[in-house]
Design a protein around this ligand. Structure first.
Ligand code: PCA
Length: 208
């Protein structure tokens, strides 16, 4: 069985994105007998959903774990829900700032994540990784991609693949860059810890 692991390219002027680094680092790994394949998605509201659909077609995964960066969050956030709302707080990498629009017009207000969020949360905490269950993936690209994924999985009574999302804190080097440019410090987490978190979450998924 294949598990698709996605990350995002850098955005908001940053040169790196922890989600891209974590996804790339685990590409090709075998975790609890399951093969991990990675795809990196553009931070572009027009292109990201299609890039996800292309990766789904290429890998036919049984489960999909999407990763993104949540600047300012101090813990790994295991998202529980995607809402049918685009309300970008900043422009995407194509320069578009969409407000007050549906991700997919005429579709449900929200979808719940179908991966075992509670078990992932308990596993991460047991491994000493700070994490939280989160009720909002925001209204930017991360929520958009999660909504598109869960909508796809729901079509035609497929209920497949299982889907979910983890937000990772910024990297220490991103906080250092902020300080260098006179901005305020923000919470951060080293890539090693974020990688342990993603691995542990994938173990839980693979064991399902
Ligand atoms: N984080 C953004 C989009 C890309 C990313 O890594 C978000 O939280 O929506």
């Amino acid at each position: 069985m294949t598990i698709l692991l996605t990350g995002f390219e850098p955005f908001a002027g940053s040169r790196v994105n922890p989600s891209e680094q974590a996804a790339r680092a685990l590409d090709g790994a075998i975790i609890a007998g399951q093969e991990i394949r990675c795809a990196i998605l553009p931070v572009d509201g027009q292109r990201a959903p299609q890039a996800l659909m292309d990766a789904l077609a290429q890998h036919s995964p049984k489960a999909v774990l999407c990763l993104g960066e949540a600047a300012g969050r101090a813990c790994v956030s295991i998202e529980r829900v995607a809402v049918n709302l685009l309300d970008y707080r900043i422009a995407d990498n194509a320069g578009q700032q969409v407000v007050d629009q549906a991700v997919i017009a005429g579709c449900p207000a929200a979808y719940f994540v179908t991966l075992p969020t509670r078990r992932m949360y308990e596993r991460l905490l047991a491994e000493g990784i700070p994490c939280e269950l989160s009720l909002s993936a925001g209204a930017f690209l991360c929520n958009q991609v999660l909504y598109a994924l869960l909508h796809f999985a729901e079509q035609d009574g497929r209920n497949s693949p299982l889907g979910g999302f983890i937000h990772l804190p910024s990297l220490p080097q991103q906080t250092a860059e902020r300080l260098l440019t006179g901005k305020a410090a923000q919470a951060n987490m080293g890539l090693e810890t974020s990688l342990r978190a993603v691995r542990a979450a994938l173990e839980v998924i693979a064991e399902e």
